[in-house]
Design a protein around this ligand. Structure first.
Ligand code: ZN
Length: 241
């Protein structure tokens, strides 16, 4: 997720060249489903929060699993196929702990301006890698950098994937822990989907210290406020107990 601003800038100016602001909006605004169906928050019928982690698995994913286990907090991990191939043990550890696994593309490319064939191959390769390592075939997809593009709708449909964006982006790859914690606490409303990172795109041994410390501080605070945690599948269901 590093260097997001310049990458998004390129995507958005590309989009703007094609047909102005409306397209840029469709590419990157979490609540927009024009380019591919997606959700950005849960049902909101109970005090539940979905913790989601992108860009993993990484060498530090087990440390994150330990913190979540301490609080019995289920979460959803949007993994990159290439990271799963590199660290299949970490991917299956996530599955064995009972967390949900989603698709975050194979090599974490910016999908904007790419061909429908390229987009389908990225999603499909990640589905295969995740299924091979964990036995789970994901049902949810989160676009790298949150950028959707033409062809994504068809690719999601062919692979049976529902798009999932977020209601709060943690910015845990560029801000310090206190700022990330306060940002997430502010956005913690019933049904919120919080987006954090247990990796940094395809980087080996990424430093996710801020993410780990954020989760250590955030989870007990949210529990104290009366929230509990649900996987994406559950938070989208209005009638779950
Ligand atoms: Zn990502």
């Amino acid at each position: 997720m590093t260097h997001l601003a310049p990458i998004l800038e390129t995507a958005v100016s590309g989009a703007a060249l094609v047909s102005g602001g409306a397209l840029a909006y469709a590419v990157r605004v979490p609540a927009c489903s024009w380019l591919a169906p997606s959700v950005c928050r849960g049902a909101g019928t109970r005090p539940a929060i979905a913790l989601t982690f992108d860009d993993g698995p990484s060498e530090s994913t087990s440390a994150l699993l330990e913190i979540l286990a301490r609080h019995r907090a289920p979460a959803s991990f949007f993994q990159c196929g290439a990271n799963v191939r590199r660290l299949p043990g970490a991917a299956s550890e996530v599955a064995a702990a009972g967390h949900e696994i989603g698709n975050h593309s194979h090599r974490h490319p910016l999908l904007a301006l790419k061909s429908p064939g390229f987009i389908h191959r990225e999603l499909s390769a990640a589905q295969d890698a995740i299924e091979h390592a964990t036995g789970i075939r994901p049902r949810y997809f989160r676009a790298p950098y949150g950028a959707r593009w033409f062809g994504l709708r068809a690719a999601q449909q062919r692979l049976g994937l529902q798009g999932v964006m977020w209601s709060v982006l943690a910015l845990d790859w560029k801000m310090q822990t206190p700022a990330v914690v306060s940002r997430l606490l502010q956005g913690a409303t019933p049904g919120a989907i919080l987006c954090l990172h247990d990796g940094r795109a395809l980087k080996h041994r990424p430093d996710i210290g801020v993410t780990l410390q954020t989760v250590r501080e955030l989870v007990p605070k949210l529990i104290e406020q009366g929230f509990h945690f649900e996987k994406v599948t559950d938070i989208l269901c209005p009638t779950k107990n």
